[in-house]
Design a protein around this ligand. Structure first.
Ligand code: DC
Length: 225
């Protein structure tokens, strides 16, 4: 079984994907973590992320893989578990830049396809239904209104003691949406055969339940048909 979940920043893809995969008893591949590991590696090597040629050469040679411990993804860079190190703002920024380069994307897509072909998986990212798994059994485009996504992000920041004003969070989120949807290589878009799930009016449990139901309906219907 291959499930593709794509969507804009702040739609809750990672946490919802984790819970959905668990409910279905399959593994979850977070492809954003791989772009983050590539970004981290460039930062460590002192390669300016603006230098497309050097970044691309560096990322092509990377040994990127994932392992699973108790069903949780560990992101491995040359065998080192970097799962914790990639969750910083600086690494997120570097990831977002290196993800705009065609050569980097080709290397990441090949690595993701190699990982996903081994077993049943739910894969989340920006280009899964369109590029990585065009033949996925179910494709979901998970979204919510920009104001709602910004509000969720703002609440997370507040809980961490970060006082960034809501207006700034909303402006940054809209800028990320624009960059993701307008980059020349593999922009974020709704695959033709994707089901759009809008979680603006749904809480976390309702979102997970809606997606699990949708996948069961689709996969059940395919088996019967
Ligand atoms: O989902 P995230 O924030 O962990 O992703 C990090 C960056 O990687 C983000 O800027 C978008 C990019 N990305 C991508 O271009 N394609 C994917 N399949 C996954 C992430």
């Amino acid at each position: 079984m291959k499930i593709a979940i794509d969507g804009p920043v702040g739609a809750g893809k990672s946490t919802i994907s984790d819970a959905v995969a668990k409910a279905l008893g399959i593994l979850h591949l977070d492809t954003g973590a791989m772009y983050r590991a590539a970004g981290l590696s460039c930062l460590r090597a002192g390669i300016p992320v603006e230098d497309e040629d050097r970044v691309t050469a560096h990322c092509r040679a990377l040994e990127l893989d994932v392992a699973y411990a108790d069903g949780r993804q560990q992101t491995l860079l040359g065998g080192e578990d970097v799962s914790g190190l990639i969750r910083t703002e600086a690494v997120g920024k570097a990831a977002s830049r290196v993800a705009t380069y065609g050569g980097v994307r080709r290397a990441m897509v090949a690595a993701q396809q190699r990982i996903a072909e081994k077993t049943s998986m739910l894969v989340d990212g920006r280009d899964i239904g369109t590029v990585v798994l065009p033949d996925a059994d179910v494709k979901i485009f998970l979204t919510a209104a920009a104001e709602e996504r910004a509000m969720r992000r703002w609440r997370e920041l507040q809980a961490k003691g970060d006082a960034t004003p809501f207006e700034d969070v909303l402006r940054d989120l809209k800028a990320r949406d624009h960059q993701d949807m307008n980059r020349p290589v593999d922009p974020l878009r709704v695959a033709e055969d994707a089901v759009v799930v809008d979680t603006t009016e749904l809480d976390f449990d309702q979102s997970v339940a809606a997606i699990v139901r949708l996948i069961r309906e689709k996969c059940g219907a395919e088996k019967e048909g």
